[in-house]
Design a protein around this ligand. Structure first.
Ligand code: BGC
Ligand code: BGC
Length: 615
């Protein structure tokens, strides 16, 4: 073949691979002979202490002394939702990462740390990073190509701080929106969660030159979204065919995409904690689904097993956990001078070593865990680039990244009502009055898992645009835009826009028995009503709320979910610069008594069904 012909052939092949999704994925790399040989070579040299170190993941707030990384051969660190670098600018996180990595590279075998962080809707602990809509909003786009692009950008922002592992995507299939983590789910249907989860992993794990692949983590295995009454960390009660039909497909799909890691759920299945579920972890995930990556626990997840800490360790490692996430450090001294046993990482290491020496945990199980961890580290390129590529820092929060997040916001908006075709709004009106607690609040727009674990109203993550700012940037220069939080002062306007909904929350703090709208939101609509002008409601929140009290008073009702930093995406669609394309990823109930509410139920009579969305 001539040189041109060869180039053409290679190009076609590359294109074909991309189109069929068969591009070499992480597992192909893990199976490559050089990678496998390197892992085996290390394994054959490692002492028991070095092996157990690899299985230990310590939160940065628990690490008593960075020297412990070297002393205990720690395999991993994480920064939990509230575990901050002293400086949360990109430079501060990069510095923190690189300083810790130095200690790992001072060990005999120089095996680098893999550093995990909850970059769940952007690199959301980093000041200045772009924040995407939470998964429920991405679910409303029903657009895997766009979600893949989002994943790719998030991986680039993670790489900007040197790191290469994120605890995302969450594959929960939310069955009951009383659950405080509903917004971490792409939606209530397993096929939607599978297609978007797979796309997200493909984006995150997209190979880039001169830096490691960002490793994704499918979580929380399994059944986290199906707990009774939506209780966080609760019990998922169903038979095995139902469990497999609803909660397993996301894992099958992300394993097809080569997901590197899986996190175990705090929840139980029919009363048995997932953290000790040998059948589901070892037999199903690693056996039947042939998952070759490694399994990590949730934050102190093994501590919830019955029995003392040593038995928790025994049970969970035997069930198939490869790495344990530990948020406690040693040396907590009680008032009486005794040192408290708080399930810290030194205890973990001590007990696991004893369990091996006592023959209670076979060395083959330890070797299997360590091999999996080493394979992921080597195949991802971490060993080659342990400090990442510092040049990537330029990419954090850049305009092209914000443009993609803005497109995600546009496509996530769901139009539930549009009486009299009031939308799109003309840009030439003489006065628009904007109201509501979430109109000018980046913290509310971003929700939980933003800068802090719970998120916070008003919390500024730099570089973003509030919905109010977006409206001001969109209308004609002759249009006056006024704003009051409570809607008072609306008189004289042509039209009112109320941006209302849920303030930020995360995990169990978001669990709710009553999803009625907050009183202050109802008051806003009452105040706006006085003017007798059309009202457009924009709902910010992680899940449906009961809206019948205000729906008759609103000419239009738009669900914007938790859009993140790019509030301009909302005004783009309100003013007709982009169309409404979003569709509900979750059924919208009429009353609490309907929950749990899902398509297919004989009594299915939602206010708006799954998939609803006006054009
Ligand atoms: C959450 C996980 C998260 C982990 C680390 C846990 O509480 O359930 O989703 O990845 O903390 O922050
Ligand atoms: C951490 C989170 C974690 C949570 C679990 C918080 O303090 O920052 O990452 O998910 O605790 O309870």
């Amino acid at each position: 073949m001539c040189a041109y012909g060869q180039t053409f052939f290679l190009l076609c092949l590359a294109l074909l691979c991309c189109m069929s999704g068969n591009a070499e994925n992480l597992y192909d790399k893990m199976r490559g002979p050089a990678v496998a040989q390197k892992a085996e070579a290390w394994l054959s040299q490692m002492t028991l202490d070095e092996k157990i170190g690899q299985m230990t993941q310590v939160d940065i707030t628990a690490l008593r002394d960075p020297q412990h990384i070297t002393t205990y051969y720690l395999g991993s660190l994480l920064a939990g939702g509230d575990s901050e670098a002293p400086d949360i600018q990109p430079q501060g996180w990069l510095k923190l990462y690189q300083e810790y990595q130095k200690f790992a590279l001072q060990t005999r075998l120089k095996i680098p740390l893999i550093f995990g962080i909850d970059a769940v809707h952007g690199h959301n602990n980093v000041q200045g990073a772009v924040v995407f809509p939470h998964n429920i909003g991405l679910g409303a786009t029903h657009n895997p190509a766009l979600v893949q692009e989002a994943g790719k950008i998030i991986s680039q922002e993670i790489a900007g701080t040197g790191m290469n592992w994120t605890f995302a995507p969450c594959l929960a299939v939310v069955q009951d929106e009383r659950w405080g983590r509903s917004y971490e789910s792409f939606g209530e249907m397993p096929d939607l969660v599978s297609s978007l989860g797979k796309a997200f992993v493909q984006g995150l794990q997209m190979p880039e030159s001169k830096r490691p692949i960002t490793i994704a983590c499918a979580k929380h295995y399994m059944g986290d979204g199906g707990t009774t009454q939506g209780q966080d960390q609760g019990n998922t009660e169903c038979d095995e065919p139902t469990l497999r039909k609803l909660h397993l497909p996301g894992y099958i799909a992300t394993i097809e995409a080569g997901v590197g890691t899986v996190m175990i759920s705090y929840s139980s299945w029919n009363g048995k904690k997932m953290h000790s579920h040998h059948q589901l972890i070892t037999e199903v995930l690693k056996g039947e689904l042939k998952f070759p990556g490694f399994v990590v626990s949730d934050w102190a997840g093994i501590d919830q097993l019955p029995g003392d800490y040593k038995s928790d360790i025994q049970e969970s490692i035997l069930a198939g956990l490869d790495m344990v996430m530990i948020p406690n450090g040693p040396g907590l001294v009680n008032p009486d001078g005794s040192v408290s046993l708080n399930n810290n990482y030194v205890e973990f290491i001590t007990y696991l070593k004893e369990l091996v020496q006592e023959g209670k945990v076979p060395i083959a199980r330890i070797d299997d865990a360590v091999r999996r961890i080493l394979l992921v580290k080597i195949a991802s390129g971490l060993v080659e680039y342990p400090y990442g590529n510092p040049d990537c820092i330029q990419q954090i929060g850049q305009a092209s990244h914000r443009a993609v997040a803005r497109e995600c916001v546009r496509q996530s908006l769901v139009l539930l009502q549009n009486r009299g075709q009031i939308l799109p709004i003309s840009k030439e009106l003489s006065r628009i009055h904007v109201a509501g607690k979430s109109a000018d609040d980046l913290g509310n727009q971003c929700g939980g898992w933003t800068i802090s674990w719970q998120g916070a109203s008003g919390q500024a993550i730099s570089g973003g645009t509030t919905i109010l700012q977006g409206i001001r940037q969109t209308v004609a220069s002759t249009t006056q835009v006024t704003y009051t939080k409570d809607g008072v002062g609306v008189n004289g306007a042509d039209i009112a826009i109320a941006v209302i909904g849920e303030p930020p929350y995360a995990e169990m703090f978001g669990d709710a028995k009553d999803l009625s709208l907050a009183l202050d939101d109802i008051t806003v609509i009452q105040n706006l009503k006085q003017a007798g002008i059309p009202i457009i409601a924009v709902f910010i929140g992680g899940r449906p709320r009961l809206i019948q009290d205000i729906l008759p008073d609103c000419n239009a009702f738009v669900v914007a979910w938790l859009p993140g930093t790019e509030g301009q995406g909302v005004s783009d669609v309100l003013f007709g610069n982009a169309p409404f394309v979003g569709k509900l990823p979750i059924s919208w109930p009429k009353a609490m008594s309907q929950l749990p509410l899902q398509p297919g139920q004989s009594t299915y009579e939602p206010l708006f069904p799954y998939g609803f969305g006006l054009k």
